[in-house]
Design a protein around this ligand. Structure first.
Ligand code: SF4
Length: 463
């Protein structure tokens, strides 16, 4: 769980297991490793040889499941989901996976991401007779698959391909039928999804840290525009799009993903550490110590300190035992929460010139409070170094980054940012350095640039 709770939330994580005894228990451990991607609800569905059984609820994985519930989910094939809150609101009906019954066979699905044409697709499907059980946009894919199966008598893989081609936006889907699991990524590659081997079976996960946690071995990432099917034939790959870009969400590296995950061949800790080094190269400053904001900025602070040749100190400590109320997604709770979650260590920062390294500035509230804390604890100078560019635009791809009006840097010059945050100097990492840190030439950077890789549809748009 991210300590600073700076106002950015990933919305979901997905996990699936095929061909492994006790698949639901493995899924439970997998979801536990993906808990940082969503804490509001979770669910697991397993195939027991006759039917799909699903248990889900609001809360953390350890709160929703116990030994008896896991034991009730029998079978060698299971999938699960952890959720923040997606489009559609925060209620039990929207907790995934969703299970659908159809004359061509039952299936379950779970989704990470956000569709930008969901309103238009929903209207279209309702006009064709679809009845939605939830307000979540993830259910749309299920209706599109059922529509194609019904109208065109298409084999399921063809129905899935046609359905995916109608979706616009960000998604990593896992679809489970009675005998196989399909894993699909959007054609832009905005959200991560990886495949691993586990014993004689397979595991699919939003992040590689969960594959590792269950004792699996990473095989490869699902490609943008690809559907990977695992069943008794092994692994089969299908493409539904040849768009050919790898526009991975840069925020996955900067903030969301666990440092022990590898995304598209790049370890998240290494990315952040190199960002910190590049941050120093872009904006060196005379100082005594470097202090990272726990947890997601510690790797970048490490990189900055190494490059600067000054100590990286634990000048901010987080309270690990914070009550769950402080991670609820209400602005007031978030703002009140930061004082409870972090303390500045007077004996470390007192009388020191501090380089404060953080991953991002969202509403500015958290940064202001941390700077105040450091000054109150005796820091003589505070130089803020942010390991990402200024956030200036909202995200439409499944990340809750607030509105443009609320984004602190969207309406302020660098000098205004410095003055309002009460720091001696401030620097944001350049986009060029993000590419260098990731050793790649493409990213989604829309929340930093306002240039979105997809069309953006609005509520009124029709098909
Ligand atoms: S807009 Fe930002 S948060 Fe959203 S997918 Fe792109 S990089 Fe990630």
């Amino acid at each position: 769980m991210k300590c600073t709770d700076n106002g950015i939330h990933e919305e979901c994580g997905v996990f699936g297991v095929y061909g492994v005894p006790d698949a639901a228990r493995i899924t439970y451990y997998g979801l536990h490793s993906l808990q940082h991607r969503g804490q509001e609800g979770c669910g697991i569905v397993a195939w027991d040889g006759r039917r799909l059984n699903c248990i889900k609820g609001e809360g953390l994985v350890t709160e929703v499941f116990n030994t008896d519930k896991i034991a009730a989910l029998k079978g060698t094939m299971a999938m699960g989901h952890v959720r923040y809150s997606t489009t559609g609101g925060n209620c039990i009906e929207n907790v995934q996976p969703f299970v659908f019954h159809h004359k061509t066979g039952d299936f379950a699905l779970a989704h990470n991401g956000n569709l930008v044409n969901s309103a238009a697709l929903r209207r279209y499907l309702e006009s064709k007779g679809s009845i939605f059980q939830t307000t979540s946009d993830s259910e749309i894919l299920a209706h599109l698959i059922r529509k194609d199966s019904r109208e065109g008598h298409l084999p399921r893989i063809k129905a899935i391909k046609e359905a995916l081609n109608m979706l616009e936006g960000a998604f990593a889907f896992i679809i489970m039928t009675e005998n196989r699991i399909y894993s699909c990524r959007d054609k832009y590659g905005l959200r991560p999804l990886s495949l691993g081997r586990l014993g004689d079976g397979y595991v699919i996960s939003s992040e590689t840290c969960a594959i590792e946690a269950v004792g699996g071995e990473f095989i490869r990432d699902i490609e943008p525009g690809e559907i990977v099917c695992v069943d008794h034939h092994g692994i089969r790959s299908n493409r539904y799009s040849d768009f050919g870009h790898h526009l991975m969400c840069a925020m996955e590296y900067i903030y969301f993903a666990r440092p022990d995950s590898d995304i598209e061949g790049c370890n998240v800790h290494n990315f952040r550490k190199l960002s910190g080094r590049l941050l120093y190269e872009e904006a060196p400053v005379e100082a005594d110590i470097v202090v990272g904001v726990p947890d997601s900025s510690l790797s970048a602070a490490n990189g900055y300190a190494e490059a600067a040749g000054i100590p990286n100190e634990m000048g901010l400590v987080k309270n690990k035992y914070i009550a769950r109320t402080f991670i609820q997604p209400s602005q007031e709770q978030r703002e009140n929460g930061v004082m409870m979650k972090l303390s500045a260590v007077r004996s470390i920062v007192g009388g020191k010139r501090v380089v404060l390294v953080d991953d991002s500035v969202v509403r500015g509230t958290t940064s202001k409070r941390i700077v105040k804390m450091l000054r109150r604890a005796g820091a003589t100078e505070v130089h803020l170094r942010i390991a990402s560019p200024q956030l200036v635009s909202p995200c439409f791809y499944g990340v809750d980054i607030s509105t443009k009006e609320e984004l602190f840097c969207a309406s302020r010059t660098l000098d205004q940012v410095r003055k309002e945050l009460d720091v001696d100097s401030v620097h944001f990492l350049s986009k060029e350095s993000l590419f260098k840190a990731g050793k790649r030439s493409e990213f989604c950077l829309a929340c930093f640039t306002g240039e979105y890789p997809t069309d953006l549809y609005d509520e009124e748009e029709s098909l």
